[in-house]
Write a protein that binds this ligand. Sequence first.
Ligand SMILES: Cc1ncc(COP(=O)(O)O)c(C=O)c1O
Length: 429
Amino acid sequence: MDSYLIQVTGKSAFPSVMDVQLGRAGRGPCCVAGKGKGHRKPHWAVRASEMSKRTFNPIRAIVDSMKVEPHPQKPLISLSIGDPTVFGNLPTDEQVTQAMKTALDSRKYDGYAPSTGYLSSRDVVAKYYSCPEAPLEAKDVILTSGCSQAIELALAVLANPGQNILVPRPGFSLYKTLAHSLGIEVKFYDLLPEKSWEIDLKQMESLVDEKTACLVVNNPSNPCGSVFSKGHLQKFLAVASRQCVPILADEIYAEMVFEEGQSESLAKLSTNVPILSCGGLAKRWLVPGWRMGWILIHDRREIFGKEIRDGLLRLSQRILGFLKSNADLCYSALSTICGLRPVRPSGAMYLMVGIKMEHFPEFENDVEFTERLIAEQSVFCLPATCFEYPNFFRVVLTVPEDMMAEACQRIQQFCEQHYESAQDMECDK
Ligand SMILES: Cc1ncc(COP(=O)(O)O)c(C=O)c1O
């Protein structure tokens, strides 16, 4: 049987559609012929692709290598997973569930949908996000399997192998994972904790070169919980405009902000910079398992059908109140702890905490710090090395309030047990 041979040509290390040829011998999930005409001696040679080998998830790599054996006398509090459904305290709205059930019961959606999604669904997403400054129509919306696929498609359409993208540090690890699997180089621009995680715009601009395919921005941010001001977004857009580089805006936490009116969509502020805005239902609407995401092709936005919209609005307001109070609780509690430096969040569902490592000489780094926190206090936070930002850890804020308080207390106890004040340095609290 003939097999498809993928030739990796000299021009690029990565095969393109043009390189796929019908051939006789080849590697891949097929029988491989032996040498010599007429002496075909097949044997199995199934190999993982080069692309799969380039695909690396640092969170998995770090977490899987951590010793996560909680203290036997303390129930585990996991502040590590950005899934708002794990504790069952933040169910989605009944109207949302009902709408899904109605859709299923109608039997109208059991068949294949168009690859970009049903026009009616794209239309409601378009209406939800459309505004006079950035009008959207159904044709500008592409539905995807979660925001993750939206990011993957956006990267794949903007960048060729060998080009580079600029991504935030600390930042969500998926950008680098996807980029590397696509053969795209990643350059990190810095976020500044002392400026509520604003972008170091000068440093970012210095990274742009002729191979830069896009700037990736994540606002509100995972892992920082920061929300950029309008002025800062305008300055960011000015860099993109000056350098003529398009933007991939990961806005999965859009409108998840603690102060009303604080969240700005980038597209609304842009006059000329093209933007692919990636989003989805996972976080704000508390249904990550539904895998519903989208790409908005530039300056657009608006509504999700009246019934859903009303339900979602009420819901989002309820969750945000909860998240803000948990953020306040956590920030206040951790601020009093010697050796820790939490950065107050203003959106999303995370809080980053700096560890003054010089006061914890027992631990080599944030991974060891968080490992021991699990072992001794059964509190699981992700070391920020997962986000390319050592000496911090990330706290997830979606846990029930009593658990949040308990976790903070245990973190305090842990720090008290391990804190060592340097000779000339007293606790600054
Ligand atoms: C910043 C950011 N972007 C994208 C995603 C992925 O979203 P989804 O679950 O819809 O694929 C996440 C998930 O945690 C995220 O934090």
